[in-house]
Design a binder for this molecule. Structure first.
Ligand code: WTA
Length: 626
């Protein structure tokens, strides 16, 4: 646990910022001053009157009174400089097709699509739902929404119609942007067919715009369905569009994430604070240089993609890489060959992806010259030291520091993370990012001793924090702010330890949220999918440790009378969940049971199920009903 990896002379010499401790100290002593200084580096149509407004906690406001639009920083300002001709986006499709966009070209496509959206009557503040594979149009669509002040709600392209329909309904979306499909492991996914099914279930959609990617046939309804390329070829899609001037606190996007109840939460992020937080964290942690090529191998449909494929890097004028498909298609060297081909300098991915590629062995990596890499990153779940070392030695050749970044959909950007000059310990996300005071406490809010496990809390507000939950501010308070209301602390939902050197070690979720392959799922979502099957009366889903995925889903199921608990039904139920929610939610195991451990108030005690499945002590059972 105390093995240290020190940065090389070269890293120390070239890093944008070198002294973590002094900047951190300054950022805590004068938080607002620190953030104001960072904000000064960006464009604002009008500067703020006040950096932080704490008058209505926990509904904090940042850069109050300022006028801005994230697009003025992510695109517009680059058009005035040499960045205009710089590559903004390099995209490779799974079949091998390539598209590139300079900042100039990106601006043109975004402006054209902004005009298309305006022609469809899209208003400022309106929520546009986007359900797309990893293609450039996904990024263009997000940016076009932001440009005209519409709010995007990206639904991960691996989700199924039920999940999509629920998110469309909650957002009351009138516009859906999708594609006929995308490629994954050599097969085309039928996204538009799924979208059609979702629109049938959630009929608020008036207009659906479909990108032709695979060319597969899909049903198109008159007056509702349009093809992207047709609209982009019409006079309405002019190449000039105004970037709308907005309030700093105007919403930029909604992103749904799994919580402890079945209903996903639509977290709201804003233009002003989010642009400052994502660009600052990206610049300091990934030490971005003008000549760098940056690859965040996440899906844009998750927060990692929003903050560190799209907004943070573009604000910094970086060149971003986007890849459509699977890391091991057609062979396990796909990523390494792309790093070689494009000369990628920084790679940011998840422990699951690293473990997945590690399985195939170092020889696939060694076939390629990936010496351009100078920095690596990890996100989504704790990285086990074995995977860390492989990543460090085999991928990074022992010269690339690994930035293990702990953060959440709710936080908008990195919260605990190293900077490149910091000594690293495999498996530790190291220390709080500038401005953040973070602690490990017990139930009463007392700080626990060094090396003891406790609840992770954030004591201070930060500009990238989610402002609320769409349509449900009470739930926002309840979930994140209630437990330590007196102290005004943010409850992250993770447990962690802090060692003698002040390094943080994340252990995992303490609520009923599961992290499967880095994806976030709620136990309750899986359970409600299961009970919607005619054979099931009750279900409980837990995550058990899995060498590859971090966790895998194990579901305990009580059947209705007349159904027999055989392996055929178990398989059917697994497929059913995959169809209802998406392949990532497919349970690894279905366990038929006659009863479930419950409290007297009827809450399922998943902790007991988990302990039993692992053969561990079941703990205090005195509150059990049965
Ligand atoms: C987990 C992903 C350990 C954690 C950006 C958190 C991590 C949840 C790390 C948020 C990390 C994320 N080490 N655990 N470096 N990064 N997590 O909202 O449990 O999809 O609460 O955001 O992922 O997941 P989300």
């Amino acid at each position: 646990m105390n093995e240290m990896f020190y940065p090389s002379e070269e890293v120390l010499k070239n890093a944008n910022v070198k002294d973590y401790e002094s900047i951190y100290k300054r950022s805590i002593e004068d938080r607002e001053g620190f953030w104001a200084e960072e904000a000064e580096k960006l464009n604002w149509y009008k500067k703020w009157d006040k950096v932080l407004d704490e008058s209505n906690k926990p509904f904090y406001k940042w850069f109050v009174g300022a006028k801005t639009n994230i697009i003025s920083n992510a695109i517009d300002r680059h058009l005035e400089t040499a960045n205009r001709n710089k590559m903004a986006l390099i995209w490779e499709g799974e079949p091998g097709d390539v598209k590139t966009y300079s900042y100039h070209a990106l601006n043109r496509e975004v402006s054209k699509f902004a005009n298309v959206l305006l022609s469809m009557g899209v208003q400022k503040g309106e929520i546009v739902t986007i359900y797309m594979p990893q293609i450039p149009e996904l990024v263009i669509a997000m940016l076009a929404c932001a440009k005209i002040g519409a709010v995007h709600s990206v639904v991960y392209g691996g989700f199924s119609y039920e999940a999509l329909a629920e998110r469309i309904a909650d957002a009351n979306s009138r516009i859906l942007l999708t594609a006929d499909g995308g490629y994954r492991r050599g097969k085309a996914t039928a996204l538009k067919c799924i979208a059609n099914e979702a629109m049938r279930r959630s009929p608020t959609i008036d207009v659906c715009i479909t990108v032709k990617r695979t060319g597969d046939e899909c049903f198109m309804e008159n007056d509702r369905d349009f093809y992207w390329h047709n609209l982009m070829g019409m006079p309405i899609a002019g190449a000039n569009a105004d970037t709308v001037e907005l309030d700093a606190e105007d919403p930029l996007f909604i992103l749904y994430t799994s919580g402890t109840t079945g209903k996903p939460k639509g977290l709201i992020h804003t233009h002003g604070g989010y642009q400052v937080y994502t660009s600052t964290t990206f610049n300091y942690v990934f030490d971005i240089k003008p000549e760098d090529r940056w690859w965040c191998a996440a899906d844009p449909g998750w927060i990692t993609g929003h903050s560190y494929i799209v907004y943070g890097p573009l604000i910094n004028g970086a060149t971003i890489m986007l890849y459509e498909g699977a890391p091991n298609h057609p062979y396990p060297n796909r990523w390494w060959s792309m790093i070689e081909k494009y000369g990628i300098n920084i790679l940011y991915t998840s422990p699951t992806a690293i473990r997945g590629l590690m399985r195939f062995g170092a020889s696939w990596v060694d076939k390629h010259d990936i010496s351009t890499l100078r920095l690596l990153g990890s996100v989504g779940e704790p990285i086990n030291p074995e995977a860390w070392r492989w990543y460090y030695e085999v991928v990074g050749k022992g010269k690339c520091p690994i930035m293990d970044t702990w953060w959440q959909t709710e936080t908008g950007g990195f919260m605990i993370t190293p900077i490149p000059t910091m000594p690293l310990k495999p498996g530790s996300a190291t220390k709080p990012f500038f401005g953040n005071e973070i602690a490990i406490v017990d139930e009463k809010g007392e700080e626990v001793k060094a090396n003891e496990e406790g609840t992770l809390i954030v004591k201070s507000p930060w500009p990238g924090m989610a402002r609320t939950i769409l349509n449900d501010p009470d739930r926002f308070i309840e979930k994140y702010w209630k437990q330590f209301e007196k102290q005004g602390w943010y409850l992250a939902g993770d447990s962690a330890r802090k060692d003698d050197d002040g390094y943080f070690w994340i252990i995992g979720r303490i609520d009923d949220v599961l992290k499967v392959s880095g994806y976030r799922l709620g136990s309750a979502e899986i359970e409600s999918a299961l009970v919607s099957h005619p054979a099931v009366t009750e279900a409980a889903a837990v995550g058990l440790p899995d060498k590859l995925r971090g966790n895998s889903i194990h579901a305990f199921v009580i059947l209705k009378q007349g159904y027999s608990s055989d392996s055929q039904l178990a398989e059917e139920l697994k497929d059913y969940v995959a169809k209802e929610i998406g392949p990532i939610a497919k349970p690894a195991e279905i366990i038929f049971s006659d009863g479930l451990p419950k409290t007297r108030s009827g809450k399922i005690m998943r902790r007991v199920l988990k302990a039993r499945a692992l053969g561990q002590d079941e703990g205090d059972l005195s509150t059990l009903e049965d």
